[in-house]
Design a protein around this ligand. Sequence first.
Ligand SMILES: Nc1ncnc2c1ncn2[C@@H]1O[C@H](COP(=O)(O)OP(=O)(O)OP(=O)(O)O)[C@@H](O)[C@H]1O
Ligand SMILES: [Mg+2]
Length: 333
Amino acid sequence: MTAPLLEAKGLTVVAETPTGRHRVVDGVSFDLARGEILGLVGESGSGKTMACRALLKLLPSRSLSIQAGSVRLDGKEILDLPDAAFRKIRGARIGMIFQNPASHLDPVMTIGDQIAESVRFHHGGGRKSATARAIELLQQVGIPDPGERARAFPHEFSGGMRQRAMIALALAPDPDVLIADEPTTALDVTVQAQILRLLKELRDSRGLSIVFITHDLGVVAQLCDRICVLYGGRVCELGPKRAILKDARHPYTTGLLACQPGLASGGGRLATIAGYPPTLDQMPPGCRFHPRCPNALLACAKVQPPLETFAGDHAAACHNPVDAAPAPVTEDA
Ligand SMILES: Nc1ncnc2c1ncn2[C@@H]1O[C@H](COP(=O)(O)OP(=O)(O)OP(=O)(O)O)[C@@H](O)[C@H]1O
Ligand SMILES: [Mg+2]
């Protein structure tokens, strides 16, 4: 097996709060192959954004810090690189598009200038060639009349166009990995579908690897090759898309699936998961999902379940997993 392009191991982020020190990301590990799309899913507050920001050493506040973990890019540890060396990797090799594009685009600079500036920062060259490259990138992400639109300011773009502009900006340094944090949640369904198609095309045409953060398993089902499910800052299940959608073993994953229109098995009424996600200052001991879990055993309240592999690279952290789906009946069975 070839080594993964990106490998996060044991990522742990601690928040200093008035109620004490809390792990908002607790030993999260996942990897990403070249040209692969990994979906990172979980309820609001499960640590999706923080885990990815930790990867990029872009924690949004001084009260947050990386306490442990390793991030390897092409087999080389990057988390302990000095800041200047790390800045060269961030953007250039790993790009990120954020949850809210409006707050990450400069309102007083034209879209074209912002992209051209990034092209020059990472690749050098003159203003003219950088502007030409910016227009080319805008065209690639499906902005109509890109030469003209490059001269527009962010507020002159619609939500969908701004998100495309963010993608063009993230692609300007020609990264190997793109981390896309809920890039479509604020968009209407048609525009959302266009952006998902665009990301798939970018994977196919450039071999881009993508970590796609979302709470929407329906989106993940359309887009991703593998899925990593987070709960309370920990990975509870990880595996190929088919294994997660058809043979989920963690009761939290089966609960999430039952809440999704179109994915719920049996086509019955949509379920909800009873109870609420834990808050930082009241993280349950043992398995963090146990107070809400229909399968909970006594051990679940005491002992943190390790991530255990079932078949291939399908793994779940659960003391009492959901039964495996029955094997399909074959003619000679
Ligand atoms: N600046 C901060 N200081 C302390 N804790 C924070 C800070 N920002 C976020 N958190 C906490 O970190 C945890 C993880 O948050 P994160 O933003 O990663 O969740 P998320 O899965 O991305 O959720 P969403 O789907 O709402 O974007 C949450 O419990 C959140 O309250
Ligand atoms: Mg988030």
